[in-house]
Structures are given as structure tokens and as C-alpha cells.
Design a protein around this ligand. Structure first.
Ligand code: HRO
Length: 318
């Protein structure tokens, strides 16, 4: 059996799989189910200052190769998640990750401080919710991101990380990496759904989800190459110094192995968890273990960032 653990800022995640903040991690029952499952950690739905019912339905749709959502941050509010934490600890010793969202700098500070004081094992600051009208994704504004990171870091004693949106141009990878180098961060989660996509049902001639005229975040197989590229870009630009949790299109052990090669040390699962439930985590671990054993890796950690270069092209005849 290969060692499937990841360690982030001293927090051991074994196996290295967890849910992505998103589907089915809002209620205490859902979080308990994750803690009792084969996942190595559980992540909460992004918590806001006040409880929210979220956007009108339909707001999530399975697609042939993934999903689209515009959930609109339905959650119980940060005070309830902080209050629930001691009871969730009774489900076992797995790390519990607080996902934090905000509509202002002061929201982020209030929630991050409370989550840190409550004792969540990791705190993941969501800078990339694509689905709230009038609130652009913070991660696409480098100055605003810098200010949020500085402010939450100053009130957060627990390991702190960011969940970033996908970037599509190397200039943006470099600009965000420059921001990240200015701060102490224990991890990055890459990537959130690909925001503001539109799926149309040709039969009904309508969008498949209701909120925001059908615009929503795309997940699943569609986004895996985007996610892998972002993991690779930040792993390279930050010289492997900041642990990365990869997310986007993980359905099987082979997908997870690709994320390890790109530079992730742990992996989250969103759409596949939504579609298959908690049993997905046992399958992911078994499949990743089989790949690592077959390839002769004693530990998942040994594969992190080990993407090989293509061999040099043969030179053209003179
Ligand atoms: O709740 C949502 O609509 C949502 C959030 Cl917060 C997020 O970060 N990413 C996403 O695809 N949906």
C-alpha cells in the first residue's frame, strides 16, 4: 500500500482526498457524512456573515462531462459553523477545513478571525465565487486580493490558504504569484469553477439554470486541463514552496495522479462527489494507490511536481 497522505502546515490529510467546498457540505448531516467517509478531510460550504438561502432553482445541473451551478452561496452563516465544530469533532479526528466567503473586506476579516479562534484545522479563503450579481470575483482584482490576504492573515493564527479562480493568461499567473509572494500562506486551492459560462438546452431554447440568465460556474471534466495548467503555473512560479490542493475534473485515480504530477499535494472533488456521493473517496484512494504501486512510487508525495518534459525533438537533417 502506497502512502496516500498529504501534510499541509503540519495538518495530516490521509488519504489526500477531500470534497471541494461546493456541493453537499452545507448542513451538519452532510459534514458528518464526509467525516465518516473515506475522505481524508472535510471542507465546509463557503460561509458568509449571515445565513443565505442562495439563488433560485434550478441552480445546479449535471452535464454530459460535468456540471454548471449558480448556487449563490447557500449556507448557515459563519456563527453556526463555528458553533457546530465541537460536535463535528466527535465524528473522528479528520481535519475540518473552513471555507470563508465575504462581500467586503470586513466580512472576510470577521469570519476568518472567528474560524481561526474556533479552531478549524485549515482556513480556505474563497476569492473566487462567480455567482453573486454585483460582486465580481476578488481573485481577478490583484490589488483587492492583496488587501484581503493582508487583512485576514493579521487575524488568523491557523493555517491559511486561498481558493483562486482559473487564470487564462500567463501574465495573470505572474501578477497573482507576485501578490502571493508578499504574504505568508500555508496553501492554495486551485481552481474554483470556470465562472460565467452558459449552457443552453436546444429543445426548450432555454438556459439550463435560472439565476443570472443562465450564467454559472462550470465544473467537471470540461475544466480539468484549465485546473492542471493553473496548478502547474503556480507550482512553478512559487518554486514548489506553497502546497497546492488541486481541484477540477477529478473523477478517478488517474485524474488525481495528473494533479500530483502538475504540483498538487492533495486533491478536492466537487462534481464527482455531487454525482456519486461519499463512496467516490474510497474508489479514488484505491485507484490512486494502484497507479502509484504500478509505477513504483512508495508515496503520493514522491510524485508531486514530477511532470516530465517531452524528449528533445530530433534535429532536422541538414
Ligand atoms: O455558491 C456558489 O454559487 C458557488 C461558490 Cl460560493 C463558489 O465558490 N463556486 C461555485 O462554483 N459556486
Amino acid at each position: 500500500m502506497a502512502d496516500l497522505s498529504a501534510t499541509i502546515a503540519g495538518v495530516r490529510i490521509d488519504p489526500l482526498f477531500m470534497n471541494a467546498s461546493g456541493p453537499d457540505c452545507t448542513t451538519p448531516e452532510q459534514l458528518s457524512g464526509l467525516l465518516r467517509s473515506g475522505a481524508g478531510a472535510a471542507v465546509t460550504k463557503s460561509m458568509t456573515l449571515m445565513p443565505r438561502p442562495g439563488n433560485p432553482e434550478p441552480r445546479y445541473m449535471d452535464l454530459p462531462l460535468g456540471s454548471i451551478n449558480s448556487m449563490g452561496l447557500p449556507n448557515l452563516g459563519y456563527e453556526e459553523y463555528c458553533r457546530l465544530l465541537p460536535a463535528l469533532r466527535h465524528e473522528g479526528s479528520k481535519p475540518i477545513v473552513a471555507s470563508v466567503a465575504g462581500f467586503s473586506l470586513s466580512d472576510y476579516v470577521t469570519i476568518a478571525r472567528a474560524a481561526s479562534e474556533a479552531g478549524f484545522d485549515l482556513i480556505e479563503i474563497n476569492l473566487s465565487c462567480p455567482n453573486i450579481a454585483g460582486h465580481p470575483q476578488v481573485g481577478y482584482d490583484f490589488e483587492a486580493s492583496d488587501a484581503v490576504i493582508a487583512a485576514v492573515r493579521s487575524v488568523c493564527d491557523r493555517p491559511l490558504g486561498l481558493k483562486l479562480p482559473p487564470y487564462f493568461d500567463p501574465v495573470h499567473h505572474e501578477q497573482m504569484a507576485a501578490v502571493l509572494r508578499r504574504h505568508r500562506l500555508e496553501f492554495l486551492t486551485l481552481i474554483n469553477s470556470v465562472g460565467n459560462t452558459l449552457v443552453i438546452d436546444a429543445d426548450s431554447e432555454r438556459p439550463v439554470i435560472r439565476p443570472r440568465d443562465g450564467f454559472g460556474g462550470l465544473g467537471g471534466e470540461y475544466v480539468k486541463p484549465v485546473a492542471l495548467a493553473n496548478v502547474r503555473a503556480f507550482h512553478t512560479l512559487l518554486e514548489g514552496r506553497v502546497p497546492i490542493i488541486g481541484v477540477g475534473g477529478v473523477y478517478g485515480g488517474r485524474d488525481a495522479f495528473e494533479f500530483l504530477l502538475a504540483g498538487a499535494c492533495a486533491v478536492q472533488c466537487g462534481t464527482a462527489y455531487k454525482q456519486q456521493g461519499t463512496r467516490v473517496f474510497d474508489r479514488l484512494a484505491a485507484e490512486l494507490n494502484a497507479i502509484l504501486e504500478r509505477k513504483g512510487y512508495a508515496a503520493a508525495a514522491a510524485a508531486v511536481g514530477r511532470l516530465r518534459a517531452l524528449p528533445a525533438a530530433a534535429s532536422a537533417p541538414a
